[in-house]
Design a protein around this ligand. Structure first.
Ligand code: SAH
Length: 358
């Protein structure tokens, strides 16, 4: 061992006390700038670098003086996490593994479609919902992500893109139950939609939930045009409770009624996600029952043939079964699509994100 190597554990143990710049409130940043003898407009410049550009350090903020860049570096962290994994799938889906300041890990994903760039972000470290087919909940939940940690995922994915690309859509469908971290999520969405942040249209943002009725109602009252996707996965309570255990304390009726209220208040059509699990919820009678459940509702069903999770003994039905399920719904007048699988070869598809990558 060289003497440098002997020092490494000591250096690694030293916590970085600097806060990520994004977590510092404007008022505080303004007073800090003043103490550095800087004008107020520097705040806007810094913000523009963070949100509109793809620079990866204070050092690259070229319209700030060298002195200010150094002071920023000494006082704050450019981003609060460390990028510890980056995988690119054959369909050009990219997945990042981020190590947060307390050592916890989360994943987020960039998906490319013609004319569309969608980022999928996480809201918790792990997940408490325990859905039987999902990798994210295998180890339970450790903690909520902060507002900054949620926003930073979008920004770091933005920095992966080429000059001629830009984020068109955000789906809150990564690790965690978004509505269980409601306050931090809402303030993150406020930043993403604000003109001073990323300026994304609310209609381009979709929040996916296991279905927490009280929070769905609260979400409806935001006065924003966000999209809501609800993970249904079964057309009756008995089956749903089997595969989505939190259904026990909720029940489909409560969820449907909260979804109806969301539609009444916002005028936004609700999407219903339905993971197809071979031999579990993919039979014609399930499709019939689902059509019956959603009848008279303006709804959209998104079928998701299950993506593989190595520890789990469940799988997607074959293509003919999926098509049959889809056709039954269509035949009953239900709007339905089959979700395209993205990034499956790097475990970046729905339900494959997780917090342990050892
Ligand atoms: N907690 C939120 C976000 C989860 S991820 C929710 O429950 O909606 C987004 C979607 O992927 C959910 O509908 C989720 O049920 C689904 N999903 C989870 N595991 C999956 C898997 N292995 N294959 C396909 N979809 C899965």
């Amino acid at each position: 061992m060289t003497s440098d190597e002997a020092l490494l554990p000591l250096l690694a143990a030293e916590p970085d006390s600097r806060r990520p710049i994004l977590s510092v409130p404007d008022s505080e940043l303004l007073s800090w700038l003043a103490t550095q003898g800087e004008k107020k407009f520097r705040l806007g410049q810094i913000r523009r670098w963070l949100f509109d550009s793809r620079v990866g350090s204070f050092d690259e903020m070229s319209n700030l003086s060298r002195k200010l860049r150094d002071q920023l570096e000494a006082e704050f962290r450019f981003e609060g996490f460390e990028k510890v994994g980056h995988q690119i799938a054959t369909d050009r889906t990219e997945k990042l593994l981020l190590k947060l300041s307390d050592g916890e890990l989360v994943e987020c994903v960039l998906m490319r479609d013609p004319g569309r760039r969608t980022v999928c972000i996480s809201t918790q470290v792990g997940c408490a919902m325990g859905c039987t087919f999902c990798a994210s909940g295998l180890l339970g939940v450790k903690r909520d992500l902060t507002t900054t940690e949620i926003v930073e995922q979008v920004l770091v994915l933005n920095r992966l893109m080429q000059d001629d690309e830009k984020i068109t859509n955000v789906v809150v469908m990564g690790i965690g139950e978004p509505l269980a971290n409601y306050t931090n999520l809402m303030s993150a969405l406020e930043t993403l939609t604000s003109g001073e942040g990323l300026g994304l249209g609310a209609r381009r943002i979709t929040v996916s939930t296991v279905g927490i009725p009280a929070k769905i109602r609260e979400f409806a009252q935001q006065g924003q045009q966000f999209n809501l996707a609800i993970s249904l996965h079964a057309p009756n309570d008995e089956l749903r409770t089997e595969i989505v255990p939190v259904n026990k304390g909720t029940g489909l009726r409560q969820i449907l009624s909260a979804a109806d209220e969301f539609f009444e208040v916002t005028g936004r059509r609700v999407s219903w996600e339905y993971v197809l699990l071979a031999g579990v919820n993919d039979q014609p009678e399930h499709a019939e029952e689902l059509a019956q459940l959603l009848r008279n509702r303006i709804a959209h069903v998104n079928l998701i043939p299950m993506n593989g999770v190595s520890e789990l003994n469940l799988q997607a039905p074959g293509e003919p079964q999926t098509r049959r399920f889809q056709e039954i719904l269509q035949g009953r007048g239900v709007n339905v699509t089959v979700r395209k699988r993205k990034g499956a070869d790097i475990d970046a598809a729905c339900g494959q994100l997780r917090l342990n990558r050892s």
